[in-house]
Design a protein around this ligand. Sequence first.
Ligand SMILES: *[C@@H]1O[C@H](CO)[C@@H](O)[C@H](O)[C@H]1NC(C)=O
Ligand SMILES: *[C@@H]1O[C@H](CO)[C@@H](O)[C@H](O)[C@H]1NC(C)=O
Ligand SMILES: *[C@@H]1O[C@H](CO)[C@@H](O)[C@H](O)[C@H]1NC(C)=O
Ligand SMILES: *[C@@H]1O[C@H](CO)[C@@H](O)[C@H](O)[C@H]1NC(C)=O
Ligand SMILES: *[C@@H]1O[C@H](CO)[C@@H](O)[C@H](O)[C@H]1NC(C)=O
Ligand SMILES: [Zn+2]
Length: 659
Amino acid sequence: MGTVKTCFLLFVALLIGIESEAKSQNNSNDQLLNTILSYVNESNNACEDFYQYACGKYKHVHKLDPFSEITTRTDYQVNQKFLILMEQLSRRPQESLTIVEKQVWGFYQTCRLAPLTTRYAKHYLELVQPDKNLSWPQFAEQSQDWRKDDFKWMETLARLRRYGLFNVLIRVKVLEDQLDGTKYMIDINRPNFAAKSERLRGPLRTSMMLVQLGVSTESAQRLAIALKKFEIAVRDLAEVEDEPNDDLTIKKLERLTGGNWRRYMEILLGHTISSNYKVQIQNVNYFVQLINLINFMDSELIASYLMLRFVMHIQDYTMNSNDEINCIKDLRINMNFAMNLLYQEHFFEPRQFAKYQHEVHLIFNQIRSQFMHQVKQNRLRLKVSQRTMITEKLIEMNINIGNLPKNLDHKTFVQNVYKDFVLPFPHWDYAASHLKLLEIRTHQWLLQLNSPAPMNQFMFYVADTESCMSSTPYYMLRQNLVIVPYGILQEPVFGLHSHDIFKVSLLGFMLAHEVMHGFVDGGIVYDANGSSSDVGAGIQESYRFEASMDCMNRNETDYLDERMADITGIRLAYDTYFGPGSTYSQEQPKFTEISLRKLFFLNFAQFFCGDLNYIEFEDHDSDDMRLRQTLMNFSPFAEVYGCREGRDAMHPRDKCRLW
Ligand SMILES: *[C@@H]1O[C@H](CO)[C@@H](O)[C@H](O)[C@H]1NC(C)=O
Ligand SMILES: *[C@@H]1O[C@H](CO)[C@@H](O)[C@H](O)[C@H]1NC(C)=O
Ligand SMILES: *[C@@H]1O[C@H](CO)[C@@H](O)[C@H](O)[C@H]1NC(C)=O
Ligand SMILES: *[C@@H]1O[C@H](CO)[C@@H](O)[C@H](O)[C@H]1NC(C)=O
Ligand SMILES: *[C@@H]1O[C@H](CO)[C@@H](O)[C@H](O)[C@H]1NC(C)=O
Ligand SMILES: [Zn+2]
């Protein structure tokens, strides 16, 4: 009896489950379709300008929304979810929170409630001094009190490096060994001044910063000019590129350049090293000249330069505001792993989480087999050895969803990362908490030095830039790894219950674009292990590869590798759905009369639709240009929309193709 009843109940539950799944599928498809169609401006001709056609009304639809395209929208949605979570955590009894929840909630409260004065640059500089018992010159009681002779610029720089300052005078990173991508090394190079944030601002802004730190107006102006001159002198030195160097021992480096590198490294690493410790170094001659230059400069000036660059660095890693959203952003910047864990724990049901993982892996694998198929076609007429290299790299390529290590328990891993973040919360000192988190990040990053085969053990990325805020997938060139942030796994980008056409045309395209970064200019020169590859370089220099690059650069772009990833990515995603070997349904879906192929392009365009007036494009061409360039070079688009070859702008006669 009992069994029958249970059985019956189970059966009902199953039925309900099936029905609600079907319903959410219906809802999801209708919603996505409605969204897409709401952006289409039928007054424009798809064959003349697909951007104006597919995205023409985006601006109008989202006039009042606090985002301007799909990435910022995703980001916004992620922040809103976290806001609600903070609200929930605040209502739960403290003792019911997990360790990581306590830490996140603690830093959030610190961000919200700590006195404003604890955010001041001056306060950071009290906490981080040039040396154990030496203040910054501006903070000495009297300027003649500042103990010039105790100031060792390289040692100070190493101290600041522990809080993440990695590109000032010396650019020092932990990188894959150039020759053996399975091994990490300390990599030392000349600094890069390309980004605005890597240079002092104009003398006026700089002197204002100095005044805020307590320098008198008059000396601030003088100092600001001297600092800028110093920076320009260093920039001039850093313009010159040497021959690449072999790895060098510290001993040899000291002999060549005259700097105290051993001390520098010991402070950075936090332990002693032998003078035979090897680093990977480029542009040794820059360091010879830099050390020479600094030896003739006033210590106070050098200290001031480091101090200001440190303050600028800190500002890069905080939203510098105690409002709710900015505190959420602060958390995402500074407690990236913890936030990923909380996202996983709170915003996915466990059963659904497995489904998401499964679906994304499925698409990734379909994309890879489609590319394998393209490689077999061998349009580039590659040699066997070259195709073998491509194939191996493709097989070894990995995907990580959520940027937490694959083979470790996420909770244990994250607890371990933040194990030293044990302040009394809320901590009434924002800077002190923030500095602790910056140290933890550097520590994680140095830990990579101890792991001989990061490719297999880690499979995630210790972000040292803004990419921890990224809501779109990205490809790690040297790790041969695609990272998919959790935040992207929600509508409108990815609905678990939506039709596959939506999944493959949008997330699928994003993944295909990232996969292709490994096989276009920039990525092709690295092999499966992320080591420099002569075979890869041979492919890059081959006639057909170069001709294709030139073709794609006819409308010149500063971001050619991005364009190549777009143009090759669309073919890959499209063929994944429609090409030979596809396992996706080719049947006309019930929820619309629009053909699958048109749906594909319309939904693909969602990645680019936005309000162009409000977007600053970095490292990519503008979205409208990207969309046009991509589809102009893809003839199936023209076929589907019935464009006229040579007459319509979206269907030029000579198209570019790589793979
Ligand atoms: C889903 O939509 C179709 C029509 O598009 C309808 O016939 C069907 O009943 C719907 N299913 C559910 C569960 O709502
Ligand atoms: C649709 O496109 C036409 C022609 O470019 C334009 O005049 C119109 O303003 C657009 N409509 C909207 C709502 O943006
Ligand atoms: C720190 O510096 C002060 C002078 O500013 C000196 O009196 C004191 O002895 C120093 N302490 C150490 C540990 O060097
Ligand atoms: C990558 O590294 C592994 C382990 O060191 C090695 O077995 C493999 O041959 C390497 N692959 C390539 C393409 O160098
Ligand atoms: C390509 O460049 C030419 C001139 O350089 C310009 O007229 C044309 O509009 C560009 N095409 C696209 C799609 O940007
Ligand atoms: Zn890209």
